[in-house]
Design a protein around this ligand. Structure first.
Ligand code: SF4
Ligand code: SF4
Length: 256
């Protein structure tokens, strides 16, 4: 096995899933766009994007940010861009920028719904089907949404390094981060990365592989990886030859 290439079945499946999701991105783009969320809330429409946001939030109670690692089309873009630049960038405080994007968006959506008189219509296909007709990707609004979003994701990752968009700008990531915090605080059985610090030989391979540039060697000392930036990709687990890390549904900490 190449030292920096993980050949595990899990990573093959994960890569295939994010690439497949990327293929569908020209169709699903609107559901990821803050534009649709704001536009729909002006008219009091509970659109498909809100179903996605609610699903991400609820899923995070059990799976943390696994959506980002396994399903998100942006992951497909950013992992393709890693071929051009796989630099491990330090984000420190920049990772909080996404919260400063999410909070005004969230407040604006709530305010617009209130101004519209609450939820008036449930329309999961809002702007996707109009008068029964499918709006093609290269039609009108979605042309700009698609190329704007893909260009931003690709350019930030190519210029600054691995998963920069996911780390610093994604407006949906905070939704799952909040769900992950709740999961960690309530400490019920859920998807976790468990560690046995006594087995670690500090080879540093997990740190090198982590797409979110997390300080795994330091975090594993607590027995679990609990960062709200962990996307549960499992790369650290798959690269570790010493069996330090385990991936799965684990019971409460200190009880399993
Ligand atoms: S957890 Fe495994 S891969 Fe990471 S530093 Fe320890 S021994 Fe190396
Ligand atoms: S800590 Fe492990 S599972 Fe989490 S993002 Fe990093 S490599 Fe993936």
């Amino acid at each position: 096995m190449n030292e920096l290439k993980i050949e595990s079945k899990r990573q093959k499946i994960r890569t295939a899933m994010v690439c497949l999701s990327l293929l569908f991105f020209p169709i699903t783009v609107f559901y990821f766009s803050p534009y649709l969320a704001v536009y729909a809330s002006v008219y009091g429409i509970f659109a498909g994007c809100f179903i996605l946001i609610a699903a991400q939030f609820i899923a995070a109670f059990f799976f943390g940010r696994a959506f980002c690692g396994w399903i998100c089309p942006c992951a497909g873009i950013e992992e393709c861009c890693a071929i051009a630049n796989d630099k491990k960038a330090k984000y420190s405080r920049k990772r909080f920028v996404k919260f400063f994007i999410w909070i005004p968006c969230f407040i604006a959506i709530i305010a617009l719904f209130i101004r519209a008189g609450g939820v008036k219509t449930f329309d999961p296909l809002f702007l996707f089907l109009t008068d029964g007709k499918f709006i093609p990707m290269f039609g009108s609004h979605d042309f700009y949404a698609f190329w704007g979003m893909t260009s931003l994701m690709a350019s930030t990752s190519i210029i600054f390094g691995r998963r920069t968009f996911c780390h610093t700008l994604c407006w949906l990531a905070p939704v799952m981060s909040v769900g992950t915090i709740i999961k960690n605080v309530l400490n019920y059985p859920s998807l976790k990365i468990k560690s046995d610090p006594s087995k670690c030989v500090h080879c540093g391979m997990c740190d090198k592989q982590c797409p979110m540039n997390l300080d795994i060697q330091n975090m594993l000392k607590t027995g679990y990886i609990k960062s709200i930036d962990c996307i549960a990709c499992g790369k650290c687990v798959d690269i570790c030859k010493y069996g330090v890390l385990k991936y799965g549904i684990f019971n409460k900490e200190n009880s399993d």
